[in-house]
Design a protein around this ligand. Structure first.
Ligand SMILES: N[C@@H](CCC(=O)N[C@@H](CS)C(=O)NCC(=O)O)C(=O)O
Length: 186
């Protein structure tokens, strides 16, 4: 297999998703970290890979894949074990249902809260942030109750649901403790 190259910037939960997927599938890859402060993700070279100028992007030979969930789906076909997107029609549907629900509900609310904290812009957006916190709390309660009964979000094994949720959760945790823990390497 041609060694995949992963383009990422520091502090990016979607990039962490792909890193986790590569790790659990034990796929060796070349790390291409871009310097966001130097706008490397908006360079002509990178815009050729992703016209949106966003990470993560995975390049494997001639194949260029953007969007973290699309990359996970690609990796699941490239290296089917361990399976991250189900093993039969119903488990595949259940996992995708969870992923899309997460993308449309918890993810935007969680981003509103974390970004407001990271950018120190809480006071001027109190109502918007309070509404987002309510959504985050309701969604997290459901996840918490599920994880109090089972080890993984979907049934008995690690799936794309865990790999998608965990980076955002750690990102929020990093925001909430930003002055208390030293910054992490990624
Ligand atoms: N839906 C995309 C989101 C990608 C995304 O928002 N990436 C951010 C980093 S977390 C980015 O590259 N931001 C730079 C920019 O938009 O200029 C995915 O899941 O891959």
């Amino acid at each position: 297999m041609t060694k995949p190259e992963l383009f990422w910037i520091s502090g990016s939960p979607p990039a962490w998703r792909v890193m986790l997927a590569l790790e659990v599938k034990e796929i060796d890859y070349i790390s291409r970290q871009l310097d966001a402060a130097a706008n490397e993700h908006k360079s002509a070279d990178f815009l050729n890979l992703n016209p949106r100028g966003q990470v993560p992007v995975l390049r494997v030979g001639d194949a260029i894949v953007r969007e973290s969930l699309a990359i996970i789906a690609y990796l699941d076909r490239l290296q089917p074990t361990p399976p991250l997107l189900g093993i039969d029609p119903i488990s595949t549907a259940a996992i995708w249902q969870w992923l899309m629900d997460f993308e449309h509900n918890l993810c935007p609310a969680l981003a509103t809260v974390a970004q407001a904290i990271f950018r120190d812009r809480v006071e001027d957006r109190v109502d918007e942030i309070a509404a987002a916190i309510e959504i985050v709390m309701a969604e997290i309660q459901q996840i918490d109750s599920r994880l109090s009964q089972q080890q993984y979000l979907y049934e008995g094994s690690l799936s794309a649901t865990d790999i998608t949720f965990y980076p955002s959760w750690q990102w929020l945790r990093r925001a909430l403790t930003k002055n208390k823990i030293p910054s992490a390497r990624h």
